[in-house]
Design a protein around this ligand. Structure first.
Ligand SMILES: [Zn+2]
Length: 109
Protein backbone atom coordinates (compact mmCIF):
# COMPACT_ATOMS: atom_id res chain seq x y z
CA UNK A 1 0.00 0.00 0.00
CA UNK A 2 1.39 3.31 -1.06
CA UNK A 3 0.27 6.69 0.12
CA UNK A 4 -0.90 9.54 -2.07
CA UNK A 5 -2.34 12.99 -1.70
CA UNK A 6 -5.94 13.29 -2.70
CA UNK A 7 -8.13 16.13 -3.85
CA UNK A 8 -11.82 16.05 -2.98
CA UNK A 9 -14.69 18.09 -4.32
CA UNK A 10 -17.86 19.00 -2.43
CA UNK A 11 -19.92 16.88 -4.81
CA UNK A 12 -18.02 13.72 -3.87
CA UNK A 13 -15.72 13.56 -6.87
CA UNK A 14 -12.03 13.05 -6.12
CA UNK A 15 -8.69 12.44 -7.78
CA UNK A 16 -5.28 11.22 -6.77
CA UNK A 17 -2.51 13.75 -6.33
CA UNK A 18 1.19 13.45 -5.70
CA UNK A 19 2.84 10.33 -4.38
CA UNK A 20 3.86 10.69 -0.71
CA UNK A 21 5.12 7.52 0.84
CA UNK A 22 6.14 4.13 -0.41
CA UNK A 23 4.98 1.03 1.42
CA UNK A 24 7.26 -1.53 3.02
CA UNK A 25 6.33 -4.20 0.48
CA UNK A 26 7.70 -2.25 -2.45
CA UNK A 27 11.48 -1.83 -2.51
CA UNK A 28 11.98 -0.63 -6.06
CA UNK A 29 12.48 3.11 -6.00
CA UNK A 30 9.93 5.16 -7.86
CA UNK A 31 7.58 2.19 -8.10
CA UNK A 32 4.29 1.93 -6.31
CA UNK A 33 2.58 -1.31 -5.37
CA UNK A 34 -0.68 -0.39 -7.07
CA UNK A 35 -2.82 -0.19 -3.96
CA UNK A 36 -3.27 3.49 -3.27
CA UNK A 37 -4.13 4.85 0.13
CA UNK A 38 -4.91 8.40 1.17
CA UNK A 39 -1.99 10.17 2.83
CA UNK A 40 -3.90 13.41 3.28
CA UNK A 41 -6.48 15.28 1.29
CA UNK A 42 -7.36 18.83 0.34
CA UNK A 43 -10.74 20.26 -0.60
CA UNK A 44 -10.95 21.49 -4.18
CA UNK A 45 -12.42 24.85 -5.15
CA UNK A 46 -15.33 25.07 -7.56
CA UNK A 47 -17.13 22.23 -9.32
CA UNK A 48 -15.35 19.08 -10.43
CA UNK A 49 -14.74 18.63 -14.15
CA UNK A 50 -17.69 16.25 -14.52
CA UNK A 51 -20.14 18.61 -12.77
CA UNK A 52 -18.79 21.45 -14.89
CA UNK A 53 -19.37 19.55 -18.15
CA UNK A 54 -22.81 18.49 -16.93
CA UNK A 55 -23.74 22.13 -16.17
CA UNK A 56 -22.64 23.24 -19.63
CA UNK A 57 -24.70 20.51 -21.27
CA UNK A 58 -27.73 21.32 -19.12
CA UNK A 59 -27.50 24.96 -20.15
CA UNK A 60 -27.39 23.90 -23.79
CA UNK A 61 -30.51 21.77 -23.31
CA UNK A 62 -32.31 24.69 -21.59
CA UNK A 63 -31.49 26.93 -24.51
CA UNK A 64 -32.63 24.33 -27.05
CA UNK A 65 -35.92 23.76 -25.22
CA UNK A 66 -36.52 27.51 -25.20
CA UNK A 67 -35.84 27.61 -28.93
CA UNK A 68 -38.24 24.71 -29.49
CA UNK A 69 -41.01 26.51 -27.57
CA UNK A 70 -40.44 29.65 -29.57
CA UNK A 71 -40.47 27.74 -32.87
CA UNK A 72 -43.68 25.99 -31.86
CA UNK A 73 -45.32 29.38 -31.30
CA UNK A 74 -43.99 30.72 -34.59
CA UNK A 75 -45.10 27.61 -36.48
CA UNK A 76 -43.70 26.28 -39.73
CA UNK A 77 -40.46 25.01 -38.14
CA UNK A 78 -41.28 21.32 -37.80
CA UNK A 79 -38.04 19.94 -39.32
CA UNK A 80 -35.89 22.22 -37.17
CA UNK A 81 -37.87 21.29 -34.07
CA UNK A 82 -37.47 17.57 -34.76
CA UNK A 83 -33.74 17.91 -35.34
CA UNK A 84 -33.30 19.92 -32.14
CA UNK A 85 -35.35 17.36 -30.18
CA UNK A 86 -32.91 14.67 -31.35
CA UNK A 87 -29.98 16.86 -30.29
CA UNK A 88 -31.58 17.32 -26.85
CA UNK A 89 -31.88 13.55 -26.55
CA UNK A 90 -28.23 13.04 -27.52
CA UNK A 91 -27.03 15.56 -24.96
CA UNK A 92 -29.30 14.03 -22.32
CA UNK A 93 -27.61 10.67 -22.96
CA UNK A 94 -24.19 12.30 -22.56
CA UNK A 95 -25.34 13.80 -19.26
CA UNK A 96 -26.48 10.36 -18.09
CA UNK A 97 -23.02 8.96 -18.89
CA UNK A 98 -21.36 11.79 -16.96
CA UNK A 99 -23.63 11.13 -13.98
CA UNK A 100 -22.84 7.41 -14.10
CA UNK A 101 -19.08 8.00 -14.05
CA UNK A 102 -19.52 10.53 -11.23
CA UNK A 103 -21.49 8.02 -9.11
CA UNK A 104 -18.90 5.34 -9.91
CA UNK A 105 -16.13 7.64 -8.64
CA UNK A 106 -18.00 8.48 -5.42
CA UNK A 107 -18.49 4.76 -4.74
CA UNK A 108 -14.81 3.86 -5.10
CA UNK A 109 -13.58 6.29 -2.45
ZN1 LIG B 1 -18.77 16.63 -9.31
Amino acid sequence: MCYFEQTRWNCGYWKWGTFRQQCEKEYRTGETCGLKLVYSWQPAQGPCKICEQKCKKERRIDKMLNDIQRWQREGNRRATIEKTMRDVNDIQLQINELLASHVERERTL
